[in-house]
Design a protein around this ligand. Structure first.
Ligand code: NIG
Ligand code: FE
Length: 391
C-alpha cells in the first residue's frame, strides 16, 4: 500500500482536542501521512516518517473534508423564475416542490444520474468529501425508488424522503399518500436507503403523519432525520428528539422547549442548520448561538436543492453562519466537518487522526478562519478523498 505524506502544514485541523490545541485540535507546523484510504500518522512536520510520495503544503491549512449532511440532488430542471420572483417580493412556499416533481418525473435515469454527478463534482471541488442526499421529487413508488438507486451508486448516505409533500394526484387524500409512503413505497425504497426523512411542516405533513412515516422507517431498520421547524414553529424538533432521530434539520423557528429538547438529547439529535436556505428565501436565519449556548450539537449543511437553496458550497455556508448566525469561525468549521459527521452518526470522517478516513482539504490560506474572513473566494487548493487526490 503506497503511503503519502503532506508536510509543511501551517495549521492541521484534526478536530481531535487530544492531538492539538483548542476545540479544533489544531497542530501547527504539522504533517499527515495517509496509507490506502486512511490517515495513519499526524505530528510535527520535522518528524514525518519516510513515505512513498510527498506533498508540500507550504504553510497552508489542512482540514477534514466537509461533510454535507443534507442535500436534495435527485432532481431535474431548475426554478430560476421562482427565485427571481421571490427576489422581487414573492414569498417562498413548499408548493414550488411540485414544479420540480413534474420535471423529475419526466427525466430519464441517465439525466438524473448526470445531474447528480455534476453536482457531486461541484461539491468535491469546494472541499466536500461526504454527501447525504435525498429522494423526494418523484413521489411515486417507481420514481422514488429509482432516485435512491441512482443515488446509491455514488454515496452511502442515501435518504428516503417520499414524505416531502403530498403529490398533486393525491392532494385530496393526504392520508392515502401517507399509507403509500409507509407501505409499498417504503418496501421499494428501504433496500436502497440508510435514512428515512419527513418534511414536518404546515403545508406538508403534520405531527401524526410525520410520526407514522418515521416509525415505519425505523421499524424497517432505517435511521431517522427530520425536516423540522423550517417555515414556522411546529412539532418537528420535539418529534425528532422523541424518536431518537440523528438529526433535526433547519431548526429556524424554535421555542425554548425545542432548544432544551435538542440540548438535553446530549448530541443524540444534532441540529443541522442550513444557511443557504434562509439566504435564498430571504428568511430569518436560525440562531446557532442560542443552540450552542444551550449545549446542543450543531452541524452546517447546504440543503442543496433547486428551490430553497441552490448552493453546493460548504465554504459559503460557513461564511454565512459566522456573519449571520452568531457562530465563531472555529465553531462553524467544526460544524461543517465534525458536526456533519455527528449528524450522520459517523466517527470515521470529520476528523483527521490515525484510523480516520483520509478525506481532507488543503486550503489556500494560513488559517481556517479564512473560510469566513474571505467569503466567496475559492480557497480549496486540493482535495483527497479516501487517500486519493481528487482535486
Ligand atoms: O429542505 N423543506 C423542504 N424541502 C426543501 C425545499 C425543496 C424545494 O423547495 O424544492 C428544503 O428546503
Ligand atoms: Fe431539505
Amino acid at each position: 500500500m503506497p503511503s503519502t505524506a503532506i508536510t509543511g502544514i501551517g495549521q492541521l485541523i484534526t478536530n481531535d482536542p487530544s492531538l492539538g490545541r483548542g476545540p479544533l485540535g489544531t497542530v501547527p507546523d504539522a504533517a499527515l501521512v495517509m496509507e490506502d484510504d486512511r490517515v495513519v500518522w499526524t505530528g510535527p512536520s520535522r518528524r514525518t516518517p519516510a513515505t512513498d510520495s510527498h506533498h508540500d503544503a507550504a504553510g497552508r491549512t489542512v482540514l477534514p473534508g466537509f461533510v454535507d449532511a443534507h442535500s436534495h440532488l435527485l432532481f431535474a430542471g431548475d426554478r430560476t423564475e421562482e427565485f427571481a420572483a421571490r427576489m422581487s417580493g414573492r414569498p417562498y412556499t413548499a408548493g414550488g416542490i411540485r414544479t420540480t416533481v413534474a420535471a423529475t418525473r419526466r427525466a430519464t435515469d441517465a439525466q438524473l444520474a448526470a445531474n447528480l454527478a455534476a453536482l457531486l463534482r461541484e461539491m468535491l471541488r469546494q472541499g466536500t468529501t461526504t454527501v447525504e442526499t435525498k429522494s423526494g421529487y418523484g413521489l411515486t413508488v417507481e420514481d422514488e425508488a429509482r432516485a435512491l438507486r441512482v443515488a446509491r451508486a455514488h454515496t452511502e448516505e442515501v435518504t428516503f424522503l417520499g414524505a416531502h409533500v403530498v403529490p398533486p394526484e393525491l392532494a385530496a387524500t393526504p392520508d392515502a399518500y401517507v399509507a403509500l409512503v409507509t407501505g409499498p413505497m417504503l418496501d421499494a425504497c428501504a433496500p436502497h436507503a440508510r435514512w428515512i426523512d419527513v418534511f414536518c411542516e404546515r403545508g406538508a405533513f403534520d405531527a401524526d403523519q410525520a410520526r407514522a412515516v418515521l416509525t415505519a422507517g425505523l421499524a424497517r431498520g432505517l435511521s431517522a432525520r427530520v425536516h423540522a421547524n423550517q417555515l414556522g414553529p411546529g412539532p418537528g424538533v420535539r418529534l425528532a428528539v422523541e424518536l431518537g432521530a440523528r438529526s433535526a434539520d433547519h431548526c429556524t423557528h424554535l421555542t425554548d422547549a425545542d432548544v432544551a429538547a435538542l440540548a438535553d438529547s446530549g448530541g443524540r439529535t444534532v441540529a443541522t442548520l442550513l444557511p443557504g436556505c434562509e439566504f435564498s428565501t430571504r428568511a430569518p436565519y436560525p440562531d446557532a448561538r442560542r443552540l450552542l449556548d444551550a449545549g446542543a450539537v450543531v452541524a452546517l449543511a447546504t440543503d442543496c436543492n433547486p428551490g430553497s437553496s441552490f448552493t453546493s458550497s460548504m465554504p459559503f455556508c460557513v461564511a454565512v453562519a459566522v456573519r449571520e448566525m452568531g457562530m465563531t469561525p472555529e465553531e462553524a468549521v467544526w460544524s461543517a466537518t465534525a458536526g456533519g459527521a455527528a449528524s450522520l452518526g459517523r466517527t470515521d470522517i470529520g476528523r483527521l487522526a490515525p484510523g480516520a478516513r483520509a478525506d481532507l482539504v488543503l486550503l489556500e490560506a494560513p488559517s481556517p478562519v479564512h473560510l469566513a474572513y474571505r467569503p466567496g473566494v475559492p480557497l480549496v487548493a486540493a482535495v483527497w478523498r479516501g487517500g486519493r487526490r481528487e482535486v
